[in-house]
Design a binder for this molecule. Structure first.
Ligand SMILES: *[C@@H]1O[C@H](CO)[C@@H](O)[C@H](O)[C@H]1NC(C)=O
Ligand SMILES: *[C@@H]1O[C@H](CO)[C@@H](O)[C@H](O)[C@H]1NC(C)=O
Length: 399
C-alpha cells in the first residue's frame, strides 16, 4: 500500500535527480559530484522480524535482557544477550548468550552460552561489542560485580574472538590496567575509528554507577592489548547522592561521524532539563567530552532507557521507545543532517512494550549491504523484557 504509492513518487524524484546531476555535470568539475543521500529516498520498511530469545522458555534462564548486535569483518552478524538465571533483576548470576548468522540475519545458530558466572550474587553485565576491522577480531567488554551486591570490587572484563565468533578467549581483567572502578560498558557497540584523529583506535563508552555516575570512555590504540581511560562526562553533583532532575548521564551509544568526530547519544537518567536524550561530541578521538559540545535533543523524547544509534553512508539512525513516560512505541528515526534535525516521517517498529535497542549493519559497501540496517530490541506484550527481537530493515521501502 504505502510501498506502491511511494514507488511512483520516488521514481519521479529519481529521474529529476538524474536530470539535475546531468545539469550539474555540465557546469561543475566531476569531483564535486559526490553522492549524497537524498532524504526522500529513505523509506524504512520492516522487512523481516524474528524472536532470537524468549524469556522463561529455555532451561535455566528466567529472563533474557540487554541485546547487543554487531557485524563482523567477514560479513556475519553476532547477537548477544544476558541470560539472567533466577529473575529479571540486573543483579544476579547470568549466562552470556550468543547467536550467529552467516546469511545476513535469515537464519541463526542455536544459542551458545559463551560465558557463565555460576551462582555469583552479582555476576556479569553486558556490555559493549567492538569490531577491530584491522585485525578481524571482535571484542566484548563486560562488567563484573557492577552493583557491588555482596561482592567487591567491580571489574571490567574482556573476551575476544579471532574466528568470527566461533570461539572465545578466556576472560581478561581490564581493571588491572584501568584501575578498579564501576564501569558498565554500553550497552551497545564500541567503535574503531575509521577517520582521523586516531584512526584505528578502539573507543568503548559506558557509565559509572551510584553516586559516581557519568559517561566514561576507555580507549585502546593497539587492538585491545592495552587499555587506558579516556573521556569523562561526570554527573553533577559527582560522587554524591542524586535528586530528581540532577544531571546524570548514563547508558550511552557512540557513533563516528564522517568528519571523524564521535557523537555519543546518552540516557538522561534523572530527566535533567528535559525528558529527552543528551548528546555530546568528542573531536579528539574520545579523549575529552567538552561541555561546550553538549546539547539536549528535544525531538528524541525518551522514557530513560538505553537507545540505539548508527551512522551509515552519511545518515544517522536512532531507535528508542519514543514516549516520555513509558517503555513503549519502539521507533526508528533518521537524520540526513548529522542529528541536527530528524526527518518527520519516523517508523514505528512496535507500538507495545519495548525497552533497550541496538542497530548495526553490514559494511562491505555492496549494493545489497547498503540497503539494510538491523535493529534488535526488547519486545513484549505485557512487559518489554518478554523477548528479544531481531528485525531486518530495508532502507528503501523494499525496493
Ligand atoms: C581485577 O583486577 C583488580 C585490580 O587488580 C582486582 O582488584 C579485582 O579483584 C580483579 N577482578 C577479578 C574478577 O579478578
Ligand atoms: C510514538 O512515536 C511517535 C513518533 O515519535 C509519536 O508521534 C507518537 O505519539 C508515539 N506514540 C506513543 C503512544 O508514544
Amino acid at each position: 500500500m504505502k510501498k506502491v504509492s511511494g514507488r511512483g513518487a520516488n521514481m519521479e524524484t529519481g529521474s529529476r535527480l538524474a536530470a539535475l546531476s546531468l545539469l550539474l555535470s555540465a557546469v561543475l568539475p566531476p569531483c564535486v559530484l559526490t553522492v549524497t543521500v537524498n532524504s526522500d529516498q529513505i523509506d524504512p520498511l520492516v522487512y523481516e522480524e524474528q524472536l532470537l530469545w524468549v524469556s522463561g522458555a529455555q532451561g535455566e534462564v528466567d529472563t533474557y535482557r540487554i541485546p547487543l548486535l554487531t557485524f563482523t569483518s567477514k560479513g556475519s552478524l553476532l547477537a548477544f544477550a544476558e541470560g539472567r538465571k533466577s529473575s529479571s533483576s540486573d543483579v544476579g548470576a547470568k549466562f552470556i548468550a550468543m547467536r550467529r548468522s552467516t546469511d545476513k540475519g535469515a537464519t541463526w545458530s542455536p544459542t551458545s552460552f559463551i560465558l557463565d558466572d555460576g551462582t555469583h550474587p552479582d555476576g556479569l553485565n553486558l556490555g559493549s561489542v567492538v569490531v577491530d576491522e584491522e585485525e578481524g577480531s571482535v571484542i566484548l567488554i563486560l562488567s563484573f560485580c557492577f552493583h557491588l551486591a555482596i561482592c567487591q570490587p567491580s571489574s571490567t572484563m574482556m573476551v575476544e574472538t579471532r574466528d568470527d565468533g566461533l570461539s572465545w578467549s578466556q576472560p581478561r581483567n581490564l581493571s588491572v590496567q584501568l584501575g578498579v572502578k564501576n564501569f558498565a560498558p554500553g550497552p551497545g557497540f564500541g567503535i574503531q575509528k575509521r577517520y582521523p584523529p586516531a584512526k584505528g583506535r578502539l573507543v568503548v563508552c559506558g557509565h559509572g554507577t551510584l553516586e559516581g555516575d557519568g559517561v566514561f570512555c576507555i580507549l585502546s590504540d593497539d587492538h585491545g592489548r592495552n587499555w587506558y581511560n579516556g573521556a569523562a562526562l561526570k554527573s553533577i553533583p559527582y560522587n554524591q547522592k542524586k535528586r530528581p532532575q540532577d544531571f546524570n548521564p548514563d547508558e550511552c551509544q557512540p557513533v563516528e561521524m564522517e568528519d571523524g568526530s564521535i557523537v555519543i547519544n546518552v540516557r538522561n537518567q534523572n530527566n535533567y532539563h528535559c525528558r529527552c536524550r543528551v548528546v555530546v561530541r568528542s573531536t579528539d578521538g574520545g579523549l575529552t567530552l567538552p561541555i561546550d559540545n553538549l546539547y539536549f535533543d528535544y525531538t528524541l523524547v525518551d522514557p530513560v532507557v538505553a537507545a540505539g544509534a548508527l551512522q551509515k553512508d552519511g545518515v544517522l539512525y536512532f531507535t528508542n521507545p519514543a514516549n516520555d513516560q513509558h517503555r513503549v512505541n519502539l521507533t526508528l528515526r533518521w537524520s540526513v543532517t548529522d542529528g541536527k534535525t530528524w526527518e518527520s516521517k519516523a517508523v514505528q517498529i512496535w507500538p507495545g512494550p519495548s525497552g533497550y535497542s541496538v542497530i548495526t549493519s553490514l559494511n562491505s559497501g555492496s549494493p545489497e549491504d547498503r540497503k539494510y540496517i538491523f535493529v534488535m530490541y526488547e519486545k513484549g506484550h505485557k512487559n518489554y523484557y518478554e523477548t528479544i527481537s531481531f528485525t531486518k530493515i530495508h532502507l528503501y521501502g523494499g525496493r
